[in-house]
Design a protein around this ligand. Sequence first.
Ligand code: AMP
Length: 286
Amino acid sequence: MIVTEKIVVVRQHLDSLRRRQERIGLVPTMGALHEGHRSLIRRAREECDFVVVSIFVNPTQFGPNEDLDRYPRSLEKDLEICKAEGVNMVFTPSAKEMYPDESFIRFEINTLTKHLCGASRPGHFNGVLQVVNKLLQVVEPTDSYFGQKDIQQFTLIKRMVQEFNIWVHVHRVDTIREHDGLALSSRNRYLSDTDRKIAPELYRNLQRLHQICIEKVFADRNEMQKQLDDAKDRLGESGLKIDYLEIVDSSTLQPVENMANNISYIIAGAVYLGNTRLIDNIILER
Ligand code: AMP
């Protein structure tokens, strides 16, 4: 397994693979790897000849009051996991390697970041697109793998690749969960024992909403809003502080007035437990 901090090494090595038309899979991560990341890596391993995992805690996607400094870092353990999963190359750039100069160009994202995480994390998705775009230019993979857990991120990356004609397949991988339904996240380790016990309530309420949406035809927006409000009340009663709970159209990421058939929706929520912010979602196909 090649481990490198240098863009030039990645490029040099991958050039010959590209000439041989090999499939190169990229799995971008911020490290602190868990089973969710492993499942992305395994999918890449199954589908590609050469798998690159990037580990980079990207400063430009953290807001001023977010957890950049205390974000978990465990490079040695991450490298062991990558090795065990048969990864061919781990790219671990420094911030200086990724951002050698001041950056003058920003992504202007339209309504896709008006709701969900985009609404509460201004600038976050600009940083995400900035770093993913760079990683795609450096590695030039044929395939890239992203988790459904970060569904808005996935949707934006898919859009960026389409709009900018980037030559890469973007794959969505299902969310991996703990036995009680809590979506795996590097941030789960911040949770106290008490908070860990109530954290699965987010997914339980998303499931409940999902079931209601399957069974019921909402006559109007008020009826749907009532279900969302009830779910928010339940989340609040369990001790979770709600950032958002929304049902959006999966392609526009805009809240919906009512539900049509043959369209897919995303039921998504974000909550705080102490200072820890957890997100989750379910896709509803109608
Ligand atoms: P992160 O290291 O948190 O930036 O995540 C790197 C990639 O792993 C992203 O594409 C995430 O969506 C994905 N990921 C994180 N948690 C999970 C999970 N529980 N299941 C599946 N994919 C995940």
